[in-house]
Write a protein that binds this ligand. Structure first.
Ligand SMILES: Nc1ncnc2c1ncn2[C@@H]1O[C@H](COP(=O)(O)OP(=O)(O)OP(=O)(O)O)[C@@H](O)[C@H]1O
Ligand SMILES: O=c1ccn([C@@H]2O[C@H](COP(=O)(O)O)[C@@H](O)[C@H]2O)c(=O)[nH]1
Length: 310
């Protein structure tokens, strides 16, 4: 399936997730008000013996009553809808929480890729920890296909006519996580192409970053073999990112975006590492050394894992 085809499969869900709340009731209300004839009512008693002309007529009273009823109905209905939306999202959060607690996709049968022949390793760590740098070494020495979720999103953002361009740009700038279906569709497409070319070892850099991504990817695409977590002090990552920002041209390599990315890492991405830790899949490596020293530690783990001696 092409990128567009694959992405458009997820479009309805995305569109409904990003749709603004309906404002349909507002114009109707205004129409009711503007089409009601203007009448002036007086509290004085009508002159006796004369035909009553200025007092409220039955249709006018009916119009006022129905206006009152309509306003009341709209108020109650809107409140009910708001409550429903709130309770629906609370339920969705609960479901994600429950799934996260039982996050062990052993009984998955319908994967896109065969988990026995496809090895997927996840590379995680804070922004600027050195994931991309180490991935490049691993690609060179172990024949991994290196897929960076951030790079795929940046490519999609720049793709002419991408309907997700603006949304991705906004997420990148603000360090927010792009809705998982978009990122997973991009990863899945890239993996499919590589599998067709006979590749089976995947290094997925900077993903998963949110628990919903992890659940979806593991249960639909392929489970991860293990997760390499690059630990790095925040001040070191900040220094590296600001330095990279001098030449990278990335919209998020600036102080304001970096702060937001750090916060997202703490609030949203670190819990994913904790979830994998419970499964015994995480290998942590300290990154506060030169790239070569860090790679020495990475190689030790990979040589053991793949029984190789690179
Ligand atoms: N061990 C290291 N010591 C010093 N600088 C490093 C080290 N590893 C990477 N760098 C430099 O730090 C910057 C960030 O590295 P890299 O792009 O590999 O990080 P990343 O974790 O992939 O970042 P991001 O998540 O933002 O894409 C780069 O300029 C890179 O050259
Ligand atoms: O799964 C993902 C991965 C990344 N993003 C967004 O991309 C930027 C940059 O990612 P890098 O890995 O640092 O290149 C990240 O801050 C997110 O905004 C994402 O949404 N989902």
């Amino acid at each position: 399936m092409s990128l567009r085809a694959s992405i458009s499969c997820v479009a309805p869900a995305l569109r409904s997730a990003t749709a603004r709340p309906s404002t349909r009731i507002l114009p109707v209300k205004h129409r009711l008000l503007s089409t009601t004839p203007v009448r002036r009512f007086s509290s004085e008693a009508p002159p006796s013996g004369k035909k009553q002309s200025g007092g409220p007529s039955v249709p006018a009273l009916l119009a006022v009553a129905s206006l009152g009823f309509a306003s009341y109905y709209i108020l109650v209905h809107t409140r009910k809808r708001q409550d429903l939306v709130k309770s629906k999202s609370a339920t969705a959060d609960k479901v994600i929480e429950q799934k996260a607690a039982a996050f062990d996709p052993k009984d998955v049968t319908d994967l896109t890729f065969n988990s026995a022949s496809t090895h997927h390793l996840a590379l995680t760590g804070g922004p600027g920890a050195g994931k991309g740098t180490q991935s490049e070494f691993l690609r060179r020495d172990y024949g991994f296909v290196h897929l960076s979720a951030g790079d795929l999103l940046r490519d999609e953002q720049k793709r002419p006519n991408s309907e997700y361009s603006e949304m991705i740009q906004n997420c990148l700038k603000n360090g927010l996580i792009v809705p998982h279906r978009v990122t997973i569709a991009l990863l899945e497409n890239a993996m499919r192409e590589a599998v067709q070319a006979g590749k089976t070892r995947f290094l997925i850099d900077g993903f998963p970053r949110k628990i919903d991504q992890a659940i979806e990817f593991e249960s639909v695409v392929v489970p991860s073999r293990f997760v390499l977590y690059f630990e790095c002090p925040e001040e070191e990552m900040l220094k590296r990112l600001l330095n990279r920002g001098k030449t990278s041209g990335r919209v998020d390599d600036n102080l304001e975006s970096i702060k937001k990315r750090f916060q997202t890492f703490i609030d949203t991405s670190y819990p994913v590492i904790e979830a994998y830790e419970k499964q015994g899949k995480v290998h942590s490596i300290s990154c506060a050394n030169s790239p070569d020293v860090v790679y020495g530690k990475v190689k030790k783990i990979f040589n053991e894992l793949f029984n190789e001696n690179v």
